[in-house]
Design a protein around this ligand. Structure first.
Ligand code: 4AD
Ligand code: MG
Length: 436
């Protein structure tokens, strides 16, 4: 029998037809002379109904004895069934076992509760579970939305390198690798410096790729390898950067709500929190933020950088992302433009997600004056020769410009309402995890 192959996601288009589904056994319910194999195929779940009296005896026995995650191909008729998840069931006519998981070595992730470390060790299998599946689909949606946003707003995608000769965000957080004979390279922390070059060639650009941070942070917000989207614009000010960040986030959250409701439901996400993400976002200066934090009992003093707890305290008064600008130049990277009216603060902005998710975007306006840039490079003891090309950008048609970086995983953790960032990427890389 060779019925046409469909996916579970398309079942509604084939009601009443006999079709073939290729997947894995998610679960098996037995009820006397009927068994209900639940099939997953990556696009959804389908409850199949195998009736003893309607099938050859050997086939019925095979189905009855199926083991979790065995690979199976099921042929049967699709039938509307209001009570079923997805609204359809399949009446089994035939079933082929492609690989049967043996009882002697059963699928390790059972429906019972498992500890996080166990699940992380089995990440290659854990991804098959409903919840992980939902998170990855939201991630895909976020990435697609981000790309669609920039592609439809005049930005050119220009990918930047991963092997770099020098630091971007600070020297202490670099992964060093041998680069042939005597030379060292570093895994990029951000594509920004290259973005600044390409912005002068294309006007508006973005890069989207993996970035690496060797900081030894063991928090629920830090990965050592994460994906960052970074737009950069020539002839742009801090205000332009803030507007772009706001507009993009509203668009991305809207897309997730539009296309990923079923996944948000699996995650038990309170969607009213996402529906609140509308412009305008609240804005606050660093000065105000310090006062607010002190009033809430934080030990922070003017000049200090915010920790995760500070960010949570600040954002808890708002139902949408909070934009904080005017951080002290001393706590920000060398390239941040100082405020001409108050050089001790930088024209930089951090966007703090609500519900305690902390910083999801960091960016701002860059230094475009060559002398000032040289001074900052010297002050921070950075190797000027590594930055010669970057300095060139200030010599040949230098203009005010700026952009930001958004960590995809931080954004996904927030939109999905997750406890920890480790679930937002298929194979997380963290201080104590490099496997699988
Ligand atoms: O604030 P960051 O360090 O800014 C930059 O890298 C700028 N050069 C970006 C730019 O202006 N083009 O990082 C930007 C974002 C953070 O807001 C956060 O979302 C994410 O990257 N991020 C991390 N995500 C996961 N794990 C980490 N260790 C992260 N570090 C930063
Ligand atoms: Mg930052």
């Amino acid at each position: 029998m060779n019925a046409p192959r469909i996916t579970i996601a398309d079942a509604a288009l084939h009601a009443g037809e006999t079709v073939r589904l290729c997947g894995w056994l998610y679960n098996l319910r037995k009820s006397g002379k009927i068994v209900f194999p639940i099939l997953r195929d990556g696009t959804g779940l389908m409850q199949c109904v195998a009736v003893k009296s309607a099938l050859p005896e050997a086939l019925f026995e095979t189905i009855k004895d199926l083991t979790q995650e065995s690979a199976i191909v099921v042929t049967g008729k699709i039938r509307a069934e209001q009570r079923a998840t997805g609204g359809y069931e399949m009446d089994v006519e035939d079933l082929e076992v492609v690989q049967r998981v043996p009882e002697s070595d059963p699928y390790p992730i059972t429906p019972k509760e498992h500890g996080v470390e166990f699940l992380m060790d089995h990440r290659h299998l854990w991804l098959r579970s409903q919840r992980q599946h939902a998170i990855m689909r939201v991630r895909h949606e976020v990435i697609r939305a981000v790309r669609d946003y920039f592609d439809s707003h005049g930005f050119t995608l220009v990918d930047t390198p991963i092997f770099t000769p020098a630091a971007c965000e600070g020297t202490t957080t670099l992964f060093e690798v041998n680069y042939f004979e005597d030379s060292k390279a570093y895994l990029t922390q951000s594509g920004q410096l290259y973005n600044e070059a390409t912005a002068m060639a294309f006007g508006k650009v973005y890069t989207f790729g993996p970035t690496f941070r060797a900081e030894k942070s063991k928090t629920r917000r830090h990965l050592t390898e994460f994906w960052m989207v970074e737009p950069e614009m020539a002839y742009a000010t801090l205000e332009d950067v803030k507007q772009l960040a706001e507009d993009m986030l509203v668009f991305v959250a809207g897309r997730v709500l539009e296309n990923r409701r079923p996944e948000l439901k699996v995650l038990e996400r309170d969607v009213s929190k996402l529906e609140a993400i509308r412009a305008p976002f609240p804005r606050m200066s660093y000065d105000e933020a310090v006062k607010t934090l002190q009033a809430k009992g934080s030990e922070i003093q003017w000049g200090g950088d915010f920790g995760g707890t500070d960010e949570t305290l600040l954002s808890q008064d708002f139902d949408r992302p909070l934009m904080v600008d005017g951080y002290p130049s001393a706590v920000k990277a060398f390239y941040m433009a100082p405020d001409p009216a108050r050089p001790e603060v930088a024209l930089g902005v951090d966007v703090l997600a609500p519900e305690g998710y902390g910083e999801i975007i960091g960016g701002g306006q860059r230094i475009h004056d060559v002398d000032l840039l040289l001074r900052r490079i010297a002050e921070q003891n950075l190797p000027a020769e590594a930055f010669d090309w970057y300095i060139d950008l200030r010599k040949y048609g230098s203009v005010p410009h700026g952009g930001f970086g958004m960590g995809i995983e931080r954004c996904v953790a927030w939109l999905c309402g997750l406890e920890h960032i480790r679930e937002t990427i298929a194979f997380p890389r963290m201080l104590y995890r490099l496997k699988p």
